[in-house]
Design a protein around this ligand. Sequence first.
Ligand SMILES: Nc1ncnc2c1ncn2[C@@H]1O[C@H](COP(=O)(O)OP(=O)(O)OP(=O)(O)O)[C@@H](O)[C@H]1O
Ligand SMILES: [Mg+2]
Length: 419
Amino acid sequence: MPEDEFAKKMATVLSPSHAIDSVELLKGRDAQLSEIRRAWHQIGRQIFIYGYRGVGKTSLAQTAAHQQQSSDQHPIRVICEENGTFTKVVHDIFCRAFPADPRILKQKLDAAVGLKVGTFSAEMRQSIEAGIPPEPKSINEAVLITKFLMSFHSAHPVIIIDEFDMLKNKSEAAKFASYIKELGDSSINVKFIFCGIGEAIDTFFATHESAYRQFHTVKLERLDFDPRLEIIKSASEALNIFIDKTTALRIARVSDGFPHFIHLICEKLFWIIYEDSPDLKVRADHFERAINNAVSVIEPYLKKPYEKATQTYSNDCEEILWAVADDHQLQRPTKEIISSYERIMRTRGKEPLAKNTFYSRMNQMKTEARDSILIGTRSGWYEFREKMMRGYARMRATQERVELDVEHPLQKKKFQREN
Ligand SMILES: Nc1ncnc2c1ncn2[C@@H]1O[C@H](COP(=O)(O)OP(=O)(O)OP(=O)(O)O)[C@@H](O)[C@H]1O
Ligand SMILES: [Mg+2]
């Protein structure tokens, strides 16, 4: 296959740098998709998807939105920004929903008078007639304009409000609760999906408890083992590449359930195979080379704190981080971390740190000077602050030929079943 054809085909099955919007590519989320569909049967009920960074929130939101959105339009997606405001986000929605032709707006405005949307201020009306999306000055105005625009946007409009956690200002976030409630009370035919990192949802509902009734919340976990393998299988099959079971399992394991890592490692691996194997079969050193290539392009928000935490004068923290990542559980008690650490040090033929030094290193990694790469949850339990860091630490360990999480019960079962 010529290179550009291979590249084009690969881009249809692997997407390390963008979210998915098709049900064929979205693996392991069928239950959540039907949960969302069912929740939406209730008029006025909206969806809030939450989970760790990179677990696949936007991909689930986009896929669910495409399933619900009628084919006369695309779903609308807006992204919240740091220091953003309610007005700014809603204004972005209006900009996306505004038809390009102002004549349509004029017609709709005239028709809307009969539909009790006549309370538009002169200023708002002028702006709409001129084809300029107005900035709402209150929640009421925001509701009014949303109702107006959605009445002709499409038969079944869907709006995604993504990265809601970026709205740090609590009172701004709370305005969304009132907005959604108002829209729900007037039985407007529009579906919303909010996405945000875990903590966003606590803040949101803490400030506006009654909003719980308006929302169906979907907690998204890391991908299970089978869907991880499915991503690898369907991508490799589309490119006629042969990946043996051991390599597929190693990719699934090192990814720690974060789909970005699976896409990225597969992309690197498939290119190596393309260049190296005329029969498109994976060879002995390909996996290690793919990991090296993947590690070299990892985003700075993972790479920098990792290096800051590990490249120290004593240079003895890296194996500790690997030990924290050496299990499928996010939180681990010190006792287990130590036993992982001792195993890792044995495989490297190195002397483990004395217990006191080990504890002091663990504590150092909780400090701001080390970007708080680790956090303590309850007494003696540790986890990575940024959960995706686990996958990165696993790739770094693999680079050094240290395999982590080899005893995962699910993997064993899977391995035995398939062999
Ligand atoms: N269920 C899935 N099956 C296959 N690939 C997936 C799945 N979910 C997400 N991905 C892929 O994983 C990566 C991250 O997904 P996505 O951007 O949706 O995550 P996110 O939770 O929105 O991330 P962030 O917190 O950074 O916004 C993307 O490359 C996407 O293509
Ligand atoms: Mg996202």
